[in-house]
Ligand binder design. Structure first.
Ligand SMILES: *Cc1c(COP(=O)(O)O)cnc(C)c1O
Length: 399
C-alpha cells in the first residue's frame, strides 16, 4: 500500500502586530541572523558566537557570573534547568505562587521528588518580605523560588529585601526573569540572586527557542556538592557547562541559528542601551495607561506594582472577551492575550515587550480597540483614548 502524499504550500505567515504576553515582534536584523548559513556546533566561528552571547547576557543580567549561558529550549526549559540542578530528591523548595508561572515552578520541582511548599497570594498581588521571612523560618528550605514579572497577572515583584531574607536563612534564591529581562532592571549581582532564567521571545524580542540562565558561585557550589546525578540528562549543567566552557566537550548540538538570532537580539539591546530600553518600556506603558483610562478601562494590578511590559486590564462589564480579541486579530492583525486561570474572561493582557514597545503600537492599538468597542456597543467618546495617549507623548517626549 502506498501512502498518498499531499504537498502542502510553503509557509506564508500573516504579518501580525504582537502585543500579547509573548512572543513579541522580531526585528528584521534578528530574522536575517536566524537565516544566516548554518555552521557546525564546534566550528570556531560558532564557538566565538557562544562566547559573545555569554558575554552580552552577563551585561544584560548585570552580573559577572561565570556560569551564564543560553539553555536550548524556551523559558520553561530554563525554569526546569534551574530547578533540577539546584534540587535533589528530598530537598525542600518554597515557591511563592501568585500566578501561573509560580505554580509551574512548583510542579516542576514536585516531579523530581523535591519537597515543595507553596505560599500563595491572589493573582495580581505580590509578596511582602514579612511573609517570606515567616515561611523561611518555619520551613528552612534549600531554595526559595519566586517570579519577578508574573506574565499571567501583570504584577512586578520587588526582590532586594526578599533576597536578604533568603540569604539570612542560608537558602538559595531562584528567580523567574522570563518577562522582565530586557524590559526592566534585572540586577543579578546587586540583588544577590543565585539562579535566574529568562526566555528569548519576551523583552529580548527574538523568536522562542532559547532560555538565558545565570548561576552565582553559591549556586555552583550547591550543584558541585550534589550527591545524586541531575535527574534530567539534557539539562544537566555539569555537562552543558563544559560545552559552553573551555573544554568544549560535545553534549548536545546547540541550536546554531537560534543562537545567531539571540546574538543579534542582544546586540540590539546593548546598542539601544539598557537604561534607555527600560525608560522606553516605562514611557509606552504610561502612554497606554493614559489612553485606556480615558476610555474607562482600568488596570487589574495596583499602581505600585504594575509591569511596564505586560499591561493587565479589566475587561469592561458586558464586553465579550473573545469577540473583541478576535476582531483585533482579524481586522487589524493585532494580537493581545486573554486572562489565565481565575482571570480568564476577566482581563486582557496587553504586551509592550521589546520591539513591540513602541508609540506606533500604542496608538494603533488604542485606535483599533476603540473601533472594536464601539462596534460592540460600548459607550466611549470616539478618539478619546488616542488623544490622551498622544497628549502624553507630546508633553513628555521632547526629542
Ligand atoms: C513565558 C513565561 C514562561 C515560560 O516560557 P516559555 O518560553 O513559554 O516556555 C515562564 N515564566 C514567565 C514569567 C513567563 O512569562
Amino acid at each position: 500500500m502506498t501512502i498518498e502524499h499531499h504537498l502542502h504550500p510553503p509557509i506564508a505567515p500573516p504579518r501580525r502586530t504582537l502585543m500579547g504576553p509573548g512572543p513579541s515582534d522580531v526585528a528584521a536584523s534578528v530574522l536575517a541572523a536566524l537565516g544566516a548559513p548554518t555552521v557546525g556546533h564546534l566550528d570556531p566561528y560558532f564557538l566565538k558566537v557562544m562566547d559573545e552571547v555569554q558575554d552580552m547576557l552577563r551585561t544584560i543580567f548585570h552580573t559577572t557570573n561565570e556560569l551564564t549561558l543560553a539553555v536550548s529550549g524556551t523559558g520553561s526549559a530554563g525554569m526546569e534547568a534551574c530547578v533540577v540542578n539546584l534540587l535533589e530528591p528530598g530537598d525542600k523548595i518554597v515557591v511563592c505562587t501568585n500566578g501561573v508561572f509560580g505554580a509551574r515552578m512548583a510542579d516542576v520541582a514536585g516531579r523530581i521528588g523535591a519537597e515543595v511548599v507553596q505560599i500563595h497570594r491572589p493573582f495580581g498581588e505580590v509578596f511582602s518580605v514579612e511573609e517570606v521571612i515567616d515561611v523561611l523560618q518555619k520551613e528552612k528550605p534549600k531554595v526559595l523560588g519566586i517570579v519577578h514579572a508574573e506574565t499571567s497577572t501583570g504584577a512586578a515583584q520587588s526582590l532586594k529585601e526578599i533576597s536578604e531574607a533568603v540569604h539570612e536563612a542560608d537558602a538559595l534564591l531562584l528567580v523567574d526573569c522570563v518577562t522582565s529581562l530586557g524590559g526592566m532592571p534585572v540586577k543579578i549581582d546587586e540583588w544577590d540572586i543565585d539562579a535566574a532564567y529568562s526566555g528569548t521571545q519576551k523583552c529580548l524580542s527574538c523568536p522562542p527557542g532559547l532560555s538565558p540562565v545565570t548561576f552565582s558561585s553559591r549556586a555552583v557550589a550547591a550543584m558541585d556538592a550534589r550527591k545524586t546525578k541531575v535527574s534530567s540528562w539534557y539539562l544537566d549543567m555539569s555537562m552543558v557547562r563544559s560545552y559552553w566552557g573551555d573544554s568544549r566537550a560535545y553534549h548536545h548540538t546547540a541550536p546554531i541559528n537560534m543562537n545567531f538570532g539571540l546574538h543579534q537580539a542582544l546586540r540590539l539591546v546593548l546598542e539601544e542601551g539598557m537604561e534607555n530600553r527600560y525608560s522606553r518600556h516605562y514611557a509606552n506603558h504610561c502612554a497606554l495607561k493614559t489612553g485606556l483610562n480615558a476610555i474607562g478601562i482600568e488596570f487589574a494590578v495596583a499602581e505600585d506594582h504594575q509591569l511596564p511590559m505586560l499591561n493587565a486590564v479589566n475587561i469592561p462589564d458586558g464586553v465579550d472577551d473573545a469577540a473583541i480579541r478576535g476582531q483585533l486579530l482579524k481586522r487589524f492583525g493585532i494580537e493581545i492575550g486573554g486572562g489565565l486561570g481565575p482571570l480568564k474572561g476577566k482581563t486582557w493582557r496587553i504586551g509592550l515587550m521589546g520591539e513591540s514597545s513602541q508609540s506606533t503600537h500604542v496608538l494603533l492599538f488604542l485606535a483599533a480597540l476603540e473601533q472594536c468597542l464601539l462596534h460592540a456597543g460600548y459607550q466611549l467618546s470616539p478618539g478619546a483614548g488616542v488623544a490622551a495617549a498622544n497628549d502624553f507623548y507630546r508633553t513628555t517626549i521632547t526629542d
